[in-house]
Ligand binder design. Structure first.
Ligand SMILES: Cc1ncc(COP(=O)(O)O)c(C=O)c1O
Length: 399
């Protein structure tokens, strides 16, 4: 990536593009650059390519082609789902139910709706990050328009029971949205079977390009656009379509799903080995998130006594890319809202790291990581002891 060889273990932040996806996209970046709205052959060619990709995306989630709206990514899909649905259904209610373990794209969209006169219930979770279906039942009322529940959390990887949640929402007359950005190609998704009204995807989480996403909108669901303009995507998302991105997304999803069974099994085995190996090396260490209902590629561990950011930086020096949590918040000083929601004490939340695998990772990389970990832990311990000594020194000078 940067000349130095690296081991990339941060696949919940983003993934490497699959070379087959790059190959499919390349003509649309170079010679096949038409605007799909144009009537001439270049336009028609772009339109057909987009149409094929729409078919690939819809087939991948059990939808019909005209139920897929291409967007600029996961954040925009979540915003369109929540804000677009709420604004279109304003006369029927003013309440949204979501959870405390959503991505900021959902949380901030709901907070925005609150400024417009809606109100949102953020459901708590248990120590594994699971929402209680009883809590959900109690929270959904006559005024509830929409329940939005993440399929799988981006930090700790906990997978919710979205089928049961959708049923509860529908029984009470509310619609159901799920943010499946982390789940796609890591577990099966079927909107028809799951009785889902709205579902968000982002291509860069499954070896596709960045800056392209999709929102599934069940036929007949009333929606209002949040981006206004030329009326592309049946008026729900104006702007000239990102044809190379769309073509890449279609191919990435098709490949990801065709290879999912094998890749999920392989990632799961690597993940389990990694977790075991890490926890053996740190007394009192534990896995964050649900032990069973979790994404196959996610190892989010608390290593008490080892500060997470120092771990990330020291591992970086050793050639490993890992994260303290979600990429979006890891540069900010704010503690992770997900770790807070599962009740992890601040000192322990600070000592957590997230390792997320992909189908491109190999067993040898996991072994290399476990091999280098004692050195990394020693380095972090040394740096933390030195800092502590320095602070104590400063304290005695002040006194
Ligand atoms: C669960 C979840 N939802 C939404 C997003 C936002 O996606 P994007 O970065 O494509 O806007 C992310 C990105 O990390 C995510 O993990």
């Amino acid at each position: 990536m940067t000349g130095q060889s690296i081991v990339y273990f941060d696949n919940s932040a983003t993934t490497a593009m699959d070379p087959r996806v790059v190959e499919t996209m390349t003509p649309f970046l170079c010679e096949r650059y038409g605007n799909p709205s144009s009537m001439h052959r270049a336009g028609r060619e772009a339109f057909q390519a987009m149409d094929k990709a729409r078919g690939q995306v819809s087939a991948g989630i059990g939808a019909m082609a005209d139920e897929v709206v291409f967007t600029g990514g996961g954040t925009e899909s979540d915003n369109l789902a929540i804000i677009g649905f709420a604004l279109a259904n304003r006369s029927k209610g003013d309440h949204i139910v979501t959870t405390q373990v959503e991505h900021p794209a959902v949380i901030r969209a709901c907070e925005h709706l609150n400024t417009l006169g809606f109100h949102t219930t953020f459901l708590p979770v248990d120590r594994h990050g699971m929402v209680s279906l009883e809590d959900l039942k109690s929270a959904v009322g006559k005024q509830t328009l929409l329940v939005s529940m993440v399929t799988a959390n981006n930090e700790i990887g906990t997978v919710q029971d979205i089928l049961a949640a959708a049923e509860i929402a529908h029984d009470k007359g509310a619609a159901f949205h799920t943010d499946a950005v982390q789940a796609a190609c890591r577990m099966p998704l079927d909107v028809a079977m799951g009785n889902i009204d709205l579902l968000s995807l982002a291509a860069h989480k499954f070896h596709g390009p960045k800056g392209i996403g999709a929102l599934y909108v069940r036929q007949g669901t009333p929606m209002r656009p949040i981006v206004h303009g030329g009326g592309q995507e049946k008026g729900l998302r104006s702007s000239t379509e990102n044809v190379p991105g769309i073509v890449g997304m279609g191919m990435a999803l098709e490949i990801g799903l065709a290879e999912m069974e094998e890749s999920v099994e392989r990632m799961g085995k690597m993940r389990d080995h990694l977790v075991k190996g890490m926890l053996e090396q740190v007394e009192g260490g534990f896995l964050n998130g649900h032990p069973v209902h979790r994404l196959c590629h996610n190892a989010h561990v608390c290593l008490p006594g080892y500060e997470g950011e120092m771990m990330v930086l020291t591992l970086d020096q050793a050639g490993f890319c890992v994260s303290t949590g979600s990429a979006c918040s890891s540069k900010g000083a704010r503690p992770s809202s997900t770790l807070k929601a599962i009740g992890l004490r601040h000192e322990l939340a600070r000592c957590s790291i997230r390792i997320t695998l992909s189908k491109f990772n190999r067993d040898e990389e996991v072994e290399q990581f476990l091999g280098v970990l004692p050195w990394v832990l020693g380095g972090v311990k040394g740096a933390m002891d030195a800092m502590r000594g320095h602070c104590e020194g400063l304290g005695s000078i002040k006194r």
